[in-house]
Design a protein around this ligand. Structure first.
Ligand SMILES: [Zn+2]
Ligand SMILES: [Zn+2]
Length: 312
């Protein structure tokens, strides 16, 4: 049953065909707080995996969004977001400036209310990829512009975090292929496991706005092997911590407590940028970057020592 403080303003779904998104126009009332929101709630929204088909699903979903959007939750929501930007997206200043306008709520005209940027659509795409829920009205009248303009509305609800990562930039089909190409092999545990996640070898914390995530379904097996490894969700979280610490301290990560680097050493290499595509060079040699390669290189060293009669 739909919460009595929710009114569906238009049964007909609004569509944004270019993005394959659909929204429902609703009114949320919070009588105790004297607040009323008129918003568009996405009901088909690929980025966070929302796809509402039946009325029952719709009611349940709107009730949830209504709770999430309770004005009492806003401050806490904002705190979580600021921490996300600071810890996970330190290089995304331009995209953050769009967020900083959109977080205020309501419709924002891209011409006169959002940062002036010829590539605004790309920044919005980034926000969606980060898990934000944003409705688009491509022809809403702007009083200031005196014309119909694209307007955007960000809903202050938790970011869509499928599988705990928030970086699902691949389709379910590609995900399945990655798991299959990498043979469900957990490179951390060094054994097969059916509950694994693709992990970008190159940590997201070092991406910048130009390190565009492009994982087409057609990517080759070789590209998959170059770009991804499989680890559990728990290790994925651990790696993110390790990579964040490395980013902040310039001391690279140690895996299994073994301070071995097949290239470079503990220190982040001189002259390698901290962010962006070229930063990947600084990750090479670290165990967390490519765990299987690290293991093989370590075994090689042990074999050499063995041949020299140093060990075994
Ligand atoms: Zn305007
Ligand atoms: Zn990714």
């Amino acid at each position: 049953m739909l919460n009595k403080n929710i009114t569906i303003l238009d049964e007909k779904r609004k569509t944004h065909s270019k993005a394959s998104e659909e929204y429902i126009s609703v009114k949320f009332e919070y009588p105790d707080l004297s607040k009323v929101f008129e918003i568009w709630v996405p009901v088909e929204y690929r980025r966070t995996g929302v796809s509402i088909k039946t009325n029952e699903e719709l009611n349940e979903f709107l009730n949830k969004v209504y709770e999430d959007m309770n004005p009492n939750n806003y401050e806490e929501w904002l705190e979580v977001q600021e921490k996300f930007w600071k810890d996970e997206k330190p290089g995304a200043g331009v995209t953050k400036s769009f967020f900083d306008e959109l977080k205020k709520g309501g419709w924002k005209c891209v011409e006169c209310q959002l940062p002036s940027n010829p590539n605004w659509a790309r920044r919005i795409q980034d926000l969606k990829e980060f898990g934000y829920t944003i409705a688009t009205d491509t022809k809403k009248y702007c009083q200031h512009c005196g014309a119909n303009k694209t307007h955007l509305m960000l809903l202050p609800i938790p970011r869509g975090l499928s599988l705990g990562t928030g970086y699902e930039t691949w389709t379910p089909a590609l995900r399945k292929r990655i798991l299959s190409v990498l043979r469900n092999f957990d490179v951390y545990e060094n054994r097969s496991n059916n509950h694994l996640l693709p992990d970008h070898k190159f940590s997201e914390i070092r991406w910048d706005e130009n390190t565009k995530e492009d994982n087409p379904d057609t990517m080759s097996d070789e590209e998959i092997r170059t770009k991804f490894q499989l680890i559990s969700n728990q290790r994925n979280q651990q790696k993110r911590e390790v990579c964040r610490t490395c980013y902040q301290t310039k001391k690279r990560g140690v895996i299994f407590g073994i301070p071995f680097f097949y290239e470079g050493g503990l220190d982040w290499p001189e002259g390698v940028p901290e962010k962006g595509k070229d930063a990947e060079k600084g990750c090479i040699g670290c165990g967390w970057y490519d765990i299987e390669k690290w293991r093989k290189e370590l075994v090689k060293v042990l074999d050499e020592l063995k041949n020299e009669g140093e060990v075994f």
